[in-house]
Design a protein around this ligand. Structure first.
Ligand code: PGA
Length: 253
């Protein structure tokens, strides 16, 4: 269950969230793996509050290894402060910073070279869905950004399906729309790799996930978890999402 904080929270707000989450997690042995992606300045303190209980993730990573790239943060820098993962290709990066599939391929490789888990985001815009291009768009996002990635490396990647029209809009994909696309993604990974990879790859759903729609979304057979924006900023909502997900995993929901 991954939280994407985007460009939100001060250091004090971030630390108080980490502290609260650490208290909630005390003595808990969760089935579900947690990940939070705060802004760069808070990655280090997140590790000090939460240790290995929650994966620490960057929201972005440089495509290059090192050198004259003002403003960029490399995979080895992230790894050297204990970061575990990075989002790659979030739709806001694609839309506002012009990140295309070929750059995202390099960023996925930057993660893998530094032993960071890439959480690779795909998803269509509203216009693409209206024109019924959503499957084609997601397929090329997968094919182009995963070009040349070995089978062994593919097993380390998490995919997040986030329909752009559902991000921050309050408009959530229906459980059947989510399931249909997740199955399509799994089948595409099977075509590009094989069933051992596609059966085991984790495919997260993102886009207006909140406590009230967790059960309908995460009980879909091909939805393995969530990438949560707005609701992951509120400790109570994030905890409620975790608690419900735990119940789904252990069969009591
Ligand atoms: P949202 O964002 O949950 O606020 O819709 C999801 C995301 O952008 O990862």
């Amino acid at each position: 269950m991954a939280g994407n904080w985007k460009m939100n929270k001060t250091k004090q707000e971030a630390d108080s969230f980490f502290q609260g989450l650490a208290e909630f997690l005390q003595d808990k042995n969760l089935t579900c793996q947690l990940l939070i992606s705060p802004a760069f300045p808070y990655l280090y303190s997140m590790k000090s509050f939460l240790g290995n209980q929650v994966l620490v993730s960057a929201q972005n990573i440089a495509a290059e290894k090192e050198g004259a790239f003002t403003g960029e943060v490399s995979g080895s820098m992230l790894a050297s402060i204990g970061v575990d993962a990075s989002l790659v290709g979030h739709s806001e990066r694609r839309e506002y910073y012009g990140e295309k599939n070929d750059i995202l391929n390099k960023k996925i490789n930057s993660c893998l070279d530094s032993n960071l888990m890439p959480v690779y985001c795909v998803g269509e815009t509203l216009e693409e869905r209206r024109k019924e291009q959503h499957f084609a768009v997601v397929k090329s996002q997968l094919k182009e950004a995963l070009l040349g990635i070995s089978k062994a490396d593919m097993a380390k990647i998490v995919i997040a399906y986030e329909p752009v029209w559902a991000i921050g809009t309050g408009e959530v994909a229906t459980p059947s729309q989510a399931e249909e696309m997740h199955l399509f993604i799994r089948n595409t990974i099977n075509e590009l790799y094989d069933a051992s990879i596609s059966d085991n790859i984790r495919i997260l759903y993102g886009g207006s996930v909140k406590p009230s729609n967790v059960v309908e979304l995460f009980t879909q057979p091909n939805v393995d978890g969530g990438l949560i924006g707005g609701a992951s900023l509120l400790l109570d909502d994030y905890i409620s999402i975790i608690e419900q997900t735990e119940k789904i995993s252990n069969g009591s929901l």
